[in-house]
Design a protein around this ligand. Structure first.
Ligand code: DAH
Length: 344
């Protein structure tokens, strides 16, 4: 076996290689199953025992040589192909733009509102979107004949009437109060569902933020104070608030809260001629419902209503975002149109 001669031929052949196909053909010729090396290896057992060791050593040496030269060539080939790619590359062409992602406007508003309440000591708690009928209605003192229990106003699951898609975030009051003793101050952001026909101001899914505080001696003026901090932080220091008496089954007394119109500053209410398009000349915008937690709700969670009192409130995030950003169609939040979303 002329190992030096073999090495030389191999080197010459590899030097001529121009493409990866040619390289692969040479690999098969030398290292393949029926290649040159395989043939030399098969030859070993036919030799005299005294000759085998020396021949085997040479075959091995040649094998290592083959592998090394092949590795070197593969590396050369890669850099060769790379440089071809580089030649084809036109650095004058516009590059791909990788835009950084951003938070959805609804998420931004939720984060902003939660951070205001967090600074006032509220905890953020989330609840499931699939709720029991008990937590969504019964525990909250919503009577069996209340219209919101109707299948036209709530998505029930598998017509069992035991499980539903929560229609508000208030059921988290029941969950938290059943688990924990007062004092507590909690804020609950989350998705809610109602079978409403979709239009500019309705969506079958939207977001709410519920809040509540329970402790000995909590009163309505504290509710007003907390909500005033919230409204001024989110809508600006000049904002005015008013509480209108209202009815909710889970609070007594209850109120709806309006803020002075953020577009006309409440002035359009005075002028008959030019009506503000946002408040329609009323000068006020309704932003949330609230009240003192009803004693029946406390009874349902095992709290002593003679000892504890609490307030609760609930607001729609989309409505607040629409007012804040001047958006007139709720569907824009959910149509995933980047031209809209990039503005926030
Ligand atoms: N859950 C009510 C709704 O979806 C909003 C609400 C009103 C929540 C008054 C409250 C409250 O906690 O006290 O319309």
């Amino acid at each position: 076996m002329d190992i030096q001669g073999l090495k030389k031929t191999l080197e010459e052949e590899f030097a001529k290689v121009n493409s990866s196909q040619e390289l692969e053909a040479l690999r098969i010729k030398y290292l393949g199953r029926k290649g040159v090396l395989a043939q030399y290896t098969a030859y070993i057992p036919t030799l005299q025992p005294s000759e085998r060791a020396e021949f085997g050593k040479k075959v091995n040496e040649f094998k290592i040589f083959c592998c090394e030269i092949l590795k070197e060539q593969v590396e050369n080939k890669v850099s060769l192909e790379k440089s071809v790619v580089e030649q084809d590359l036109d650095p004058g062409l516009p590059s791909f733009t990788f835009e950084p992602g951003r938070l959805h406007p609804i998420t931004q508003v939720i984060d902003e509102i939660c951070s205001v309440f967090k600074r006032m000591g509220f905890w953020i708690v989330e609840g499931p979107e699939v709720e029991t009928e008990y937590n969504n209605f019964t525990g909250l003192n919503i009577s069996l004949d209340h219209p919101s229990r109707d299948a036209f106003d709530t998505f029930y699951l598998k017509s069992t009437r035991k499980l539903l898609l929560r229609s508000h975030t208030s059921p988290v009051q029941i969950r938290v109060m059943k688990e924990q003793k007062p004092p507590l101050a909690v804020i609950v952001p989350g998705r809610v569902y109602r079978p409403d026909a979709v239009d500019a101001s309705h969506s079958f899914m939207f977001h709410q933020i519920e809040g509540f505080m329970v402790q000995e001696g909590v009163n309505f003026s504290q509710l007003k104070g907390v909500l005033e901090v919230f409204a001024k932080e989110v809508f600006g220091k000049e904002i005015k608030m008013r509480f209108r008496p209202h009815y909710f089954p889970f609070t007594e007394p209850s109120a709806e809260v309006d803020i002075s119109c953020i577009i006309c500053g409440g002035k359009s209410g005075d002028s008959e001629k030019k009506k503000c398009s946002v408040c329609h000349g009323k000068g006020w915008l309704e932003i949330l419902g609230c009240g003192m937690i009803h004693p029946n709700v406390f009874k349902n969670v095992g709290y002593d209503s003679n000892k504890y009192s609490g307030f609760a409130f609930g607001m729609g995030v989309e409505r607040i975002a629409m007012l804040k950003f001047g958006i007139d169609d709720i569907r824009l939040f959910f149509s995933n149109d980047l031209r809209f979303l990039r503005q926030f």
